[in-house]
Structures are given as structure tokens and as C-alpha cells.
Design a protein around this ligand. Structure first.
Ligand SMILES: NC(=O)C1=CN([C@@H]2O[C@H](COP(=O)(O)OP(=O)(O)OC[C@H]3O[C@@H](n4cnc5c(N)ncnc54)[C@H](OP(=O)(O)O)[C@@H]3O)[C@@H](O)[C@H]2O)C=CC1
Ligand SMILES: CC(=O)[C@](C)(O)C(=O)O
Ligand SMILES: [Mg+2]
Ligand SMILES: [Mg+2]
Length: 333
């Protein structure tokens, strides 16, 4: 069984009196910066000139510097820009100013694991990877709760790297929910696998396939939307709170029978595909493809996103969500 760390297992002490430079102020960046500050840690934000999120960081009361300047001022440098730009930021704005008094931190292991960033041996390198979207990392913290996270140490130059990682995890609220120690390899491969096959790719594929099947068979789009998208959250909420068995307690026997018999057929079809996707990740094929796609200016990525943006489910969804304003009461800034 994995060792799980909670609030009482971690102390903020390694971060007291230190400065954390948060590079990037997007989904994770704003959440980490605000949570760290609310936990009493000194935070500065690093963003390039002309950054769109600079105004938001300033409005939130942070001192914002060019990344290179933020790195020079900081003891701990947390990379919270998109993974794809981190190697360039590292080369230009971090590496020249690194010394053994500074630590590098990541929220995802991609660039270290796939060796897009290779730090000098005398700096501490750790990861605190929340297992949830950045906005939830902030909202949960504000409610006195937390999003679970993984911590990992890639290089322990100081002998105290794990304590720093746990302190950071505590300061963003993760130890309230539970923090598991892992490796950069395990976090990177499982995170990519999860988002590709279950959380993002898998779920959106199921939703779209279900919605399309119903409308192609002549059913009303509104009915298909409620059935295949809206109700998904209600079912997932039950699974989240009570487990799969708990969810099944709440649904009808007819639904349960369909679930275990028809669900089994979907399962048989999907599991070999999931294995295939995992192998692509483990062999570095996905990473290579994604790095090349970025170098080419993201043609496939942009085209596929645009295709889905125009999907009929978005049009009907927008109208139906307008009638349920409580659903989107919080703005995704
Ligand atoms: N999204 C999530 O919830 C999760 C993300 N992670 C990991 O966290 C990290 C951050 O991801 P995420 O929060 O999604 O990132 P975002 O895409 O939300 O980050 C965007 C931020 O990075 C800034 N930025 C973009 N390019 C540069 C640059 N060249 N130099 C400095 N800043 C730049 C953007 O500025 P501007 O506004 O100017 O574009 C913006 O502030 C990644 O490693 C990711 O894998 C881990 C767990 C979950
Ligand atoms: C939100 C999260 O954990 C993801 C899906 O791994 C990510 O945004 O990279
Ligand atoms: Mg993830
Ligand atoms: Mg991820």
C-alpha cells in the first residue's frame, strides 16, 4: 500500500522565510500562488513581457517579474507554464541563474522524465502534482478542503528535498486530502494515461459517441445532451462520494443490469486500446509526437480542437446550460 501523507505528517517549516517563484499564472499557477500566499509563504510570479495573465496576477496582489528576474529572487522555482514551453524557459531564464541554493519544482514530470530539462546535479528537483484541475485546487483550498497530490523527488542534493516537497504540498492544501509519494516516471506515465484514456480523452469520446448515436437515430439533441453529458456528472458525483457500488445502490435495477451486461461489452472493446495507449506513453512515442507537433506549429492539435468546438453537442449544451445558471456560477478565469 502506498504511504499517504496528511497535514499532521508535514510541516511548512522548510518554506518559511523562503521565496517561491511561480512561473506562469494559468490554471495551476494562480491556484498555487494564491494558496501558498494564504499559507503564509512569500510568492512572486514570473511572466514574460506582454503576458496575457500578467494583469490577473497583479490584480491578485502579486509582484510580477520577468521569469529570469523572478528566478534570481527565488529559492524555489515552480514551473507552472504549459509543459511545451518549459524547456525554452529553462534554457533562457532559469539555467543561467541556478546554483545549489535554489530548488526546481514541477507539477507534472513530463520534461524531467523525457529529459527535455536536465538540471545540474547540485540542485534539488521535486514535484508536487495535484490530481485535479487548477481551479479546483484553489476553490477547494478556499473551502478548507484540498485536492490530493503526488510528490516525487528527482534529485535530493540538500538531503531535505522531500521535506520541501511535503511543505509545498501542505501549503497548497493537498495534505488535507492526501499526498502520495511517487517517482517522476510513475507520475508522468500514469498522468498521461489517465487524461488520455479515462479523464479527458475517454470521457469525451464516450459522451460524443453516445450523443451522436442517439441523434443519428433521430432522437432530439436536447434529450441526448441530458442523457449523455449532463447526467454524467450526477452519476460521477455518486461514484466520487460512494464508489461504484454506492452509485449502483442509487440507480434502478434495470440500469444496474444494463450497466453490468452492456458495460462489459464496452469494457472488452476498450481495455486492449487502453493498453496500446499506455505502451505508446511508456515507449516515449506520445512524448515524441507531441514535441514534434509543437515544433510544427500544432496543425493537428488545432484542427482537432476546432472540429470538436463546432460539434453539435456544444451548441445544444450552451443553450441548455443558460437555463441552469447555477451550473456555471464560478467563472473559469
Ligand atoms: N491544468 C491543470 O489543471 C494541471 C496541470 N498540471 C501541470 O501544471 C503545469 C501548468 O499547466 P497549466 O496550469 O495547465 O498551464 P496553463 O496553460 O494554464 O498556463 C498558462 C500560463 O503560462 C504562461 N506562459 C505561457 N508561455 C509562457 C512563457 N513562455 N513564459 C512564461 N509564462 C508563460 C501563460 O501566460 P499567458 O497568459 O501570457 O499566456 C499563463 O500564465 C503543467 O506542467 C501541467 O502539466 C498538473 C496538474 C493539473
Ligand atoms: C487536470 C489534470 O490533472 C491533467 C488532466 O493531468 C492535466 O491538466 O494535465
Ligand atoms: Mg493529471
Ligand atoms: Mg496532465
Amino acid at each position: 500500500m502506498a504511504k499517504v501523507y496528511y497535514d499532521q505528517d508535514a510541516t511548512l517549516e522548510p518554506l518559511i522565510g523562503k521565496t517561491v517563484a511561480v512561473l506562469g499564472y494559468g490554471s495551476q499557477g494562480h491556484a498555487h500562488a494564491l494558496n501558498l500566499r494564504d499559507s503564509g509563504i512569500r510568492v512572486i510570479v514570473g511572466l514574460p513581457e506582454g503576458s496575457k495573465s500578467k494583469r490577473k496576477a497583479i490584480e491578485d496582489g502579486f509582484a510580477v517579474f520577468q521569469p529570469a528576474r523572478a528566478v534570481q529572487e527565488a529559492d524555489i522555482i515552480m514551473f507552472l507554464t504549459p509543459d511545451t514551453v518549459q524547456p525554452q524557459i529553462y534554457k533562457e531564464s532559469v539555467e543561467p541563474y541556478l546554483d545549489s541554493s535554489k530548488s526546481l519544482a514541477f507539477a507534472h514530470g513530463f520534461n524531467i522524465h523525457f529529459r527535455q530539462i536536465v538540471p545540474p546535479k547540485d540542485v534539488d528537483v521535486f514535484m508536487v502534482a495535484p490530481k485535479g484541475p487548477g481551479h479546483l485546487v484553489r476553490w477547494m483550498y478556499e473551502e478548507g478542503k484540498g485536492v490530493p497530490a503526488l510528490v516525487a523527488v528527482h534529485q535530493d542534493a540538500s538531503g531535505f528535498c522531500k521535506d520541501k516537497a511535503l511543505a509545498y504540498a501542505k501549503a497548497i492544501g493537498a495534505t488535507r486530502a492526501g499526498v502520495i509519494e511517487t517517482t517522476f516516471k510513475e507520475e508522468t506515465e500514469t498522468d498521461l494515461f489517465g487524461e488520455q484514456t479515462v479523464l479527458c480523452g475517454g470521457v469525451t469520446a464516450l459522451i460524443k459517441a453516445g450523443f451522436e448515436t442517439l441523434i443519428e437515430a433521430g432522437y432530439q439533441p436536447e434529450v441526448a445532451y441530458f442523457e449523455c453529458l449532463h447526467e454524467l456528472k450526477l452519476i460521477v458525483d455518486l461514484i466520487y462520494q460512494y464508489g461504484i457500488a454506492g452509485m449502483r445502490y442509487s440507480i434502478s435495477d434495470t440500469a444496474k443490469y444494463g450497466d453490468v451486461t452492456r458495460g462489459e461489452r464496452i469494457y472488452q472493446l476498450v481495455k486492449p486500446l487502453m493498453k496500446e495507449v499506455l505502451e505508446e506513453i511508456q515507449k516515449g512515442e506520445f512524448a515524441k509526437e507531441w514535441i514534434l507537433e509543437n515544433q510544427a506549429g500544432r496543425p493537428v492539435f488545432n484542427a482537432l480542437l476546432e472540429k470538436d468546438r463546432k460539434h453539435a453537442i456544444e451548441e445544444v449544451g450552451e443553450k441548455l446550460r443558460e437555463m441552469m445558471p447555477w451550473i456555471t456560477s464560478k467563472e473559469l478565469k
